[in-house]
Write a protein that binds this ligand. Sequence first.
Ligand SMILES: [Zn+2]
Length: 503
Amino acid sequence: MSDVVRKVIALSILIIGAGLLWAGRRSYHDAADAKSEMDSTIARTRERAAANDPRLKEGYRYDRDGWIYVHLEGDPSALGFQHGFLLAAEIEDAFPAVSAAMMNSTHRTWPFFRQTAREMLWPRIDPDYRAELQGIVEGLNARTGSQLDVYDLVAFNAFEELPDYYVAWLDKQEKTLNAPNLKSPGNCSAFVATGSWTKDGRIVIAHNNWTSYMNGERWRIIFDIQPMHGYRMLMDGFPGVIASDDDFGVNSNGLMVTETTISQFEGWDAQGKPEFMRARKALQYAGSIDEFTRIMLDGNNGGYANDWLLGDRKTGEIAQLELGLKAYKLWRTKDGAFAGSNWARDPKVLKLDTPEFEPDNMETSPNARRVRWEQLLNENKGKIDVELAKQMLSDHVDTFEKNAQANERALCGHVDTSPRGVSLWTWTPFYPGGAVQGKAADSEMAKEMSFVARIGHPCGEDFIAEPFLAAHPDYAWQEPYLRDMRAGPWSVFRSGEVPAAGK
Ligand SMILES: [Zn+2]
């Protein structure tokens, strides 16, 4: 064979091969296209079928100013189905982030949390809330085909109580080897004031939510809930969770509710009812401070132990319910102010429920903020209104170092800037957490079932994930979940509102 012929054959093989390769690719692409088209047809069909579910009829959602407003209405199953369907994308986004954090801090597996949900929590959940949780799963599955079941969702609803309360208690009971250092979280700065303390003599209530940015940037739902039983509620909340959970809300019988957690709380009652259910039930059924207290005490499991700040706009009375497990205390007044920044103050609660907490260590975030609340409330006595409340939630004074710093001691927390972190909550140096959004209302707004809210740091500063992660490789595990947290404007939300025309 001559070289020329050999070259021609080689060239022909090359051309034919390339042609075959091209044809093969094309058929591969055709198959992939066909599959993805089939998948999206199935998804569309599923979504259309689900959209025809009669339970969806009264629900709707729309986005405004960084928040997602969701109206839920009907019986428990309908409330849940609407919730799961309308917030399906947000639940599917939040679940991996929240469950990763639960497993990371506790060194426990997801099957452990599912088992806990099934064996300990589910049997103690009232039938109406079981139906609502089941409804969320059905709405979610109908919309996206999600594989999450009701035990995944119950464990997820308990993300504030299982890791830092139950597992901390369990590790002690079982003397777990190399148990992680779990401490109850320090979530939030808040106050409630009334009488001669406020501008119009009626109630003002305000709260900013402190948590990890990873969870906090997803805490952007405004739930407007009209249940078949109980009072109508307007509250902020987390996708997939039936309680507000950072706890800010008003109900149609005049109750105004918020809280801050109790730092270094210890204790759990495995026979108790889940906190997320009691908190939701109290907002839905309490028409007075006494009723609220009774519902929270009924089956108190010690989970997510809070200092509840309450107002009753019908009477002008406010209260602080310091809800320990071994002890609790209720203060109430028609002329005064109560503040919260993650400290207990009742001697019995301090002694029995928070044995490690140091109320006199002024260097710590809770005590530094306690001093700042006292300063701000006293300086503004008689002038407090919603405008001032917004400023207070944005405050950056560090009372320990006596200067203004956006750090872990500011009412508007920025722990990502602090080389100290907050050790009493096991927030390590530069922990990406702090104040993630704020809300405020007065009696007049509560009467109209409305409040003002800002997404992101209440002061308006943005948190940007990429440079933070580059500077702090310790938090690399959060990279798949941590996002930018940009502040929105202060924005008023009302119960029953519908999207403005053209939106
Ligand atoms: Zn700030």
